[in-house]
Every structure is written in C-alpha cells, then in structure tokens.
Design a protein around this ligand. Structure first.
Ligand SMILES: [Zn+2]
Length: 204
C-alpha cells in the first residue's frame, strides 16, 4: 500500500502515530503542520491519499470538519480520515480521486493551530500512515528532528525506516543498520524512504 501524501506543499510533522495526546488518548494518526516561518493562515488543499468514496463529511466536536474516504485495495478496506479542516469540499457518496480537492487545512475541533490530522485503518486496524506515504521528509529534516529530540531528551534516538524496496533499517544517531524484523519499528519514530535515499546513509 502506498499513500499519496495528502498535502502538496512543504510541511512538517508535529505529532506522530502512537503518542499520547494532551487528553491522554493514543494518537491514532499523524499531523501535518506549517513549516517554520510559513505565512499564516496556512490552508493548503487536501487531497485523498488513496482514491475511493467519501463515506462521511461532517463536523464533530473533536475532529472539527472531517472527511472520511473509503477505498478497496488488494489488502482489504482502507478508511482514511482528514480532520480539523477549515472547509470541506466533499460530500457523502462522492467519488474521491487523487486530484479531487476534499478540503483545506484548518483549525476546527480539538485543535490548537492549523494542521491536518491524518489517520487510517486497514480492515478496521489502525496503522501508522507515515510508513506508507509516497513522500517523506528528506534526511536533512530527519536529522533536524533527531537533533531536536536528542536535545530535548538527552538520549539516543532510534528511527525505524522502511524503504520502498521493503528493507527495514534502524537508524541510530544518524547511522543505519539493516534489520529483519518489524519489531524494532514499534515505539520509535517510523518513516518510509526510497532505497536510493537509504543507500546514501552511512552504516552503523
Ligand atoms: Zn492529530
């Protein structure tokens, strides 16, 4: 499964899948936010990460304006949610193609700043969308994230990486090591890159 990145302008991730949020619930998705210094309000268009059908387009107290798109893929049924939208452009029953604008980024619902909350499930099981995005932060961004984490926590940061060739790596303090199991991917910042990007990384 490859997910088209739902935002087509530069962004940064402000929250990762699996963390506990301020209301002590597991964060079931990832958050796309404006890059540092981006003009506000930051309201880029939002596109489906997979083509499908709109199964919900509504306002909820928590998600604000939210659009759900359901897709049938060889692995099963994927449902993707796009939350905190400023405006919704898709309605229940609409076909959502990759070039269908379904809304724009906003700050509605339980949100403290403009961002897109993006979450998904496959056959009812929640998954980390970051592992499947077609584009991911470049190594510079990763190194910055690592440095920020290192400075904040004073600890080594392990990053789980899945390449487009299906190889798994652990990146420790900016150096890679190939691993053969997804066990290491859990509880670390997990990302997906192309094999050629990975090949440029030094080994552990
Ligand atoms: Zn979120």
């Amino acid at each position: 499964m490859t997910l088209t990145t739902p935002i087509r302008v530069p962004y940064r991730f402000t929250y990762k899948y699996g963390d506990f949020t301020w209301y002590l619930a597991k964060h079931d998705g990832i958050d796309f936010a404006p890059p540092v210094g981006a003009p506000r309000p930051w309201r880029p268009d939002v596109y489906p990460a997979l083509p499908g059908m709109v199964t919900r387009s509504s306002y909820s107290i928590s998600y604000g304006n939210v659009v759900y798109v359901r897709s049938v893929i060889p692995e099963g049924v994927v449902e993707l949610r796009y939350a905190h939208l400023h405006e919704r452009y898709a309605n229940f029953g609409d076909e959502a193609r990759l070039d269908t604008r379904i809304g724009i980024v906003g700050n509605t619902g339980w949100s403290t700043g403009e961002h897109l909350h993006f979450q998904g499930s496959l056959n009812g099981q929640s998954f980390d969308p970051l592992l499947y995005l077609s584009t991911v932060p470049m190594w510079d961004t990763l190194k910055r994230i690592w440095r920020e984490k290192f400075n904040a926590e004073g600890a080594h940061l392990y990053i789980g990486v899945l390449t487009d060739q299906g190889k798994l790596y652990i990146v420790k303090d900016g150096k890679k090591k190939e691993v053969g199991t997804t066990e290491f991917i859990h509880n670390v910042l997990s990302i997906r890159v192309t094999q050629s990007e990975m090949d440029k990384m030094p080994n552990l």
